[in-house]
Design a protein around this ligand. Structure first.
Ligand code: ADP
Ligand code: MG
Length: 258
């Protein structure tokens, strides 16, 4: 069974007295344990699509199924992860990870143990008693990842999760995510405008065009993992994607001779 099935989702918003179609008949499916990136320019409707998939917003038409059930409202099987970590500043790191678990019928001792286990998984066991402002941006996002994972969701939806981090932190966290995903086998759908990130992380990249938002191409990334950003295969996929956005410099009209 597909982990996620999006069928003919359309969505319009009212702005300045008129309706604008943001998503038009978007359909795709994701298998259990797959990592799929949705890549598109700013404003093309990526966040709108994720919000609908997570149940925070409703489509005008179409349906989203997660594990065979129609998504009607936010639920526990699906967790969202955002660019701005969404940690509560007055709670310790451990208490932030425990947050989502507090609604579940889990005794406090077990809750704490589970939160500690996931903090350990993201390499922050020794930071449990600190507060978010005492951590770097990369560490804060790891806390958010631990909090999402502690819920043991079927699906994690990520909205440009590493966009606020510098290149080195971003690469580091991308590796962490892959390491953890290979252990937990969580299905991940990641929205990004970073071509390298999409190629590095994904089994498949869905390319979205704007006005209205629609997928116009799917590219399967068929290189083995761990991927090498400097390898020819990696460059091959980068070029394929750059071509989709017409971002490669055109061939010179005149041949140069020396
Ligand atoms: N609640 C809303 N009301 C009106 N317009 C919206 C709303 N949410 C998003 N939009 C518009 O929809 C378009 C797509 O937004 P969004 O999904 O956030 O794009 P992306 O995440 O790809 O950058 C943008 O033009 C944005 O201004
Ligand atoms: Mg967005």
């Amino acid at each position: 069974m597909e982990a996620v099935l999006v069928q003919n989702v359309s969505k319009s918003f009212w702005a300045k007295g008129q309706s604008r179609q943001i998503l038009a008949n978007v359909s795709f499916q994701v298998k259990k344990g797959e990592i799929v990136s949705i890549l598109g320019e700013s404003g093309c409707g990526k966040s709108t699509l994720l919000n609908i998939m997570s149940g925070f917003d409703k489509p005008d038409r179409g349906t989203v199924l997660v594990d065979g059930a129609v998504v009607k409202r936010p639920g526990r099987s699906c967790v969202m992860l955002f660019q701005h970590y969404g940690l509560l500043p007055w709670r310790s790191v451990l208490k932030n990870v425990e947050l989502g678990l507090e609604e579940l019928p889990i005794p406090p001792k077990e809750r704490k143990e589970r939160a500690s286990e996931y903090l350990k998984l993201v390499g922050l066991k020794d930071k449990a008693e600190l507060f978010p402002h005492q951590l770097s941006g990369g560490m804060q996002q790891r806390v958010a990842i631990a909090r999402a994972l502690a819920l043991q969701p079927e699906l994690i939806l990520m909205d440009e999760p590493f966009a606020a981090l510098d290149t080195f932190n971003r690469y580091h966290l991308q590796n962490e995510l892959l390491r953890i995903q290979s252990r937990e086998k969580t299905t991940i759908i990641l929205v990004t405008h970073d071509i390298d990130e999409a190629v590095y992380l994904s089994d498949r990249v869905l390319i979205m065009s704007a006005n209205p938002g629609q997928f116009h191409k799917e590219i399967g990334i068929r290189t083995s993992r761990p991927r090498d950003r400097g390898h020819d295969d990696f460059q091959h996929y980068r070029k394929l994607i750059l071509d989709e956005f017409s971002l490669r410099s055109p061939a010179p009209a005149v041949e140069f001779s020396i």
